[in-house]
Design a binder for this molecule. Structure first.
Ligand code: SF4
Length: 254
């Protein structure tokens, strides 16, 4: 092998080994976190993630849906300036926007931002705003996944409100997951519906106005109907379609 070729070979080998090393370290970290926090409460998992594990490099991506108030309330007890971000698809219910305003004020959270889809992406792919009819995956990609990727350039980890009892892809959810090179913290992974109901009651937090009307999981106006089955809170999302998730939780999963 000549000098330059050998040098290139060594560089490639070094890069591959470094990549494998990073992957192993990150898997080690996840295993360790999931093991260490196995018996801890959602509040402690959040507090340790925010203050210690990920320090300032973590953010809450909040849908302001039916149960978002729980994590927002927990965060307000840790740090009222903690960053909270809404992915505004431009198709949110007005009730969700009103509820967002109510929760931010109630918990005195001062570091809220919302992100919208890239204008150019909309012009190219969805100039009529009807992409959700023909290609909901691409619609979610433009309106949720890509804005999220942009936001996460500045963070190592993000908090999600998913729960195992929401079934489907969410069954067997871990507290800590790796997704697209970032860690997702799911502090509510193991809670049940009693926990959720009691939390709202004990802390005197109003429910999302649409929850009272039978919407157990709430996303965009075009893709959300009342829950079809109380056993599956997400049964009203993309009703009559194969799609069950918007993509921010599995797109590009490694
Ligand atoms: S939930 Fe529906 S309207 Fe909202 S981004 Fe996805 S496909 Fe588009």
């Amino acid at each position: 092998m000549c000098g330059i070729k050998y040098f290139t070979y060594l560089v490639d080998k070094y890069l591959i080994l470094s990549f494998i090393n990073i992957m192993i370290k990150s898997l080690d970290l996840l295993n360790k976190l999931n093991k260490n926090y196995k018996n801890f409460s959602p509040q402690i998992i959040l507090e340790e993630s925010i203050k210690k594990t990920f320090n300032k490099k973590i953010v809450y991506i909040c849908s302001f849906g039916t149960e978002s108030a729980i994590i927002l309330h927990m965060i307000s007890k840790i740090d009222k300036e903690f960053p909270v971000i809404l992915l505004n698809t431009e198709f949110l219910f007005k009730e969700t926007i009103n509820y967002k305003n109510y929760l931010l004020k109630k918990f005195n959270l001062s570091n809220f931002r919302e992100f919208f889809p890239n204008k150019n992406d909309l012009e190219v792919n969805d100039d009529k705003g009807e992409l959700w009819k023909e290609n909901p995956d691409l619609c979610c990609n433009i309106r949720k996944v890509l804005p999220l990727q942009k936001i996460l350039e500045n963070y190592d980890a993000w908090i999600s409100g998913r729960k195992s009892y929401q079934v489907g892809e969410r069954k067997n959810l871990d507290f800590f997951e790796r997704l697209n090179g970032k860690v997702v913290v799911n502090p509510l992974a193991n809670v049940d519906q009693n926990f959720v109901n009691n939390y709202f009651e004990e802390n005197e937090i109003k429910r999302h106005p649409l929850f009272q009307k039978g919407y157990l999981s709430i996303g965009c106006t075009h893709c959300t109907v009342k829950a079809i089955s109380s056993q599956n809170p997400r049964s009203g999302r993309w009703y009559n379609k194969i799609k069950t998730e918007c993509g921010i939780h599995y797109n590009l999963k490694k």
